[in-house]
Design a protein around this ligand. Sequence first.
Ligand code: ATP
Length: 371
Amino acid sequence: MEPPERPARGAFAPWDDPAATPLVVFDGVTKRFGAETAVAELSLAVHAREFFALLGPSGCGKSTLMRMLAGFETPSEGRVLLAGQDLAGVPPHLRPVNMMFQSYALFPHMSVEKNVAFGLAMEGRPRDEIGARVGEALRMVKLDGLAGRKPHQLSGGQRQRVALARALVKQPKVLLLDEPLGALDRKLLQERLGLTFIIVTHDQDEAMTMATRIAVMDKGRIAQVGTPPVIYEAPASRYVAGFIGEINLVEGMVSAVEGRRVTVATAVGDLAVSEAAETVAVGQAVAVAWRPEKTRIVRAGEAISNGRAVISGTVHDVGYLGGRTTYHVDASGLRLKAAVANAARSVERPLGAGDKVKLAVTPDALILLVR
Ligand code: ATP
């Protein structure tokens, strides 16, 4: 059987195309609330049909950014553009943007159908058109059998889908989701409606699996924007490296530079980064980071093939996670992690707390961090 046809890997990447015009642009946007700066000189471009995820700790400005796009807040400085149009002065209901809140409120006394139809009825649309559009929206969220129910007769997930249908029926260009919906079939929605999503999420796995790109925010600024693999494999700073997934991060000082190969003296010995993304000078304070799953762990006596950084330590504890096991290893006062895929079926753990071990990392797995 022929495999199903798939778009070429990386085919959708308008952000790499200098000729592509972004749909949403934040251009040097600052938002102050009194003395507090919620968003600081932030510039960001989102392209049509992206599923763009905003990630960052509580209070970093994610909601404020979305509220400025939806029109519920006005920038203190800078511009927000949609399809090239400056949105300043355009009220929320005239923006082709729909914001779904965590605390979406359905009308309790109205049926599912009436809840979804409400916005179109307010616009004074003809009954036939409302009926057709509501029917289509309910089909898209797979609620077409429940049109006559009241919200209290629905599950939590079904209520979310009613709120989604209510947003979809208005055919927004951009749908803003404050915490996305488990029920969301993003491929279906994007292919059928050509929608662009901007989501706020606290769920890293969700951002990794769903997003076209992720923006990691820090105190009102963008720390990094990139595809999920770029954010994970090539973080631009200690902050981003530590924010997404687990990481080993060791501070040190540059001791040698030969092209892109940079050697860093650290508490756990010299670490030679083979593919340094940043230009550094001998004597500069930097950090070296690597992911636990790129770390080999063996007993202290075992041989390690040449060319790897080798760190001696003692197992502190072992976390068994089914698919993988994470070893926490104490080495020169640092606690490092090695995650090993449990490829063989075994109920025995080969290593335990107190065991002397060696950690080994290949130079291309090491990330040099300056910021
Ligand atoms: P969370 O993940 O907790 O929802 P967030 O990243 O969405 O956080 P925002 O809601 O954008 O953060 O808030 C950013 C900062 O601006 C916070 O310090 C917040 O206290 C402040 N802020 C937001 N709205 C207002 C307001 N209306 N008045 C004063 N300060 C505000």
